[in-house]
Design a protein around this ligand. Structure first.
Ligand code: PGA
Length: 317
């Protein structure tokens, strides 16, 4: 492999990750014939096929899979070196790749805004997806850091709590339950319920809460986004359990109420996490330091005072 260039490995990594020559070409701003030629040269150099094409789909051969892992290691070492070099030059610069669960999108961009102002040389790539996907990415070591609810014991990761994530029951503000106190769980189970999609952490915690009490919700609808659920509640389709963070900023003003239900809020927490044994980049370490220090601001984000009744955040004053 002595004659393979770093460029060829870069091209190979993109094809292997995107499972497409066309998309790899687009991402690297190359033509498709150039991408195919680089891949062919690399294959010839190694002397083993790296890809298999079945119909339109591309699969990695065993040699391709091994090479892909090797590439990831090589690129990680290089980006570490780049960061060490810029650190030596006294600049905090480089790339931070963050993957966060859907509900964390309500506060992560604001945190990143302050971070990027402090460190203008740092580029951030933010991936927002549901809990199941974030756990998959964590297991495959695809990003620098992850923000999510509790990490399952089966995954070997370092995880630290940095913020509360209370889950509350939401209804339209003109719902008959909106002005009641100490609503029972049975009463909630009589209402049509709107549930997040399978794979969502909010859904998992909600299902656990009700099944621990041997109660069954009347799920009327499943929706894959907190925003869609809020609109459905306002539209009178039912009630739902969502993170209080989902009420931040763009909540339909004054049209949602947090119900006072026994046992609520469900106490969940936000963690940052990374695979055990991962050598954090300097940029990732800087971000963790910043997260730990930003506690006052984070307290504000968690909206401690709105445990029940109408959430002050939602009032249109
Ligand atoms: P979700 O995760 O956005 O996938 O529901 C939130 C959580 O884990 O609490």
């Amino acid at each position: 492999m002595r004659h393979s260039t770093l460029r060829q490995l870069e091209v190979f990594e993109a094809i292997a990750r995107l499972k497409s020559f066309t998309r790899a070409a687009e991402e690297l701003f190359l033509t498709q014939p150039t991408v195919s030629m680089q891949a062919k040269k690399l294959t010839d150099e190694i002397g083993l096929p790296l890809f298999e094409q079945v119909g339109k789909k591309i699969y990695l051969t065993d040699a391709g899979k091994e090479l892909y892992q090797t590439c990831l290691g090589i690129f990680e070492h290089f980006s570490r070196f780049e960061m060490i070099a810029s650190d030596m030059k006294g600049l905090k610069s480089g790339k931070l790749r963050l993957a966060v669960v859907t509900t964390a999108k309500y506060f992560t961009p604001r945190l990143l805004g302050m971070f990027c102002q402090k460190y203008p040389g740092i580029d951030v790539a933010l991936k927002v997806t549901n809990r199941e996907r974030v756990l998959e990415r964590l297991t495959n070591n695809q990003d620098d850091l992850y923000i999510l609810g509790q990490v399952p014991d089966a995954i070997d990761a370092v995880a630290e709590v940095f913020l509360d994530n209370p889950l509350v029951v939401l209804a339209a503000s003109n719902h008959p339950l909106a002005n009641e106190k100490k609503i029972t769980v049975d009463r909630i189970c009589d209402e049509p319920f709107i549930m997040r999609e399978p794979g969502s952490g909010t859904r998992m915690a909600t299902e656990r809460f009700f099944s621990e009490q041997n109660k069954k919700l009347k799920v009327r609808m499943e929706l894959g986004s907190n925003e869609a659920i809020k609109q459905a509640i306002v539209g009178g389709l039912g009630i739902a359990v969502l993170s209080r963070h989902a009420l931040a900023l763009d909540a339909p003003m004054g049209q949602l109420a947090i119900l006072d239900v026994e046992g609520f809020p469900i106490e969940r927490h936000w963690y940052f996490a990374y695979p055990s044994g991962k050598q954090l980049s300097i940029v990732a370490q800087t971000f963790l330091g910043y997260l730990r220090q930003a506690s006052d601001y984070l307290e504000d984000l968690s909206c401690h005072h709105a445990i029940s009744g109408h959430c002050p955040l939602l009032k249109s004053e």
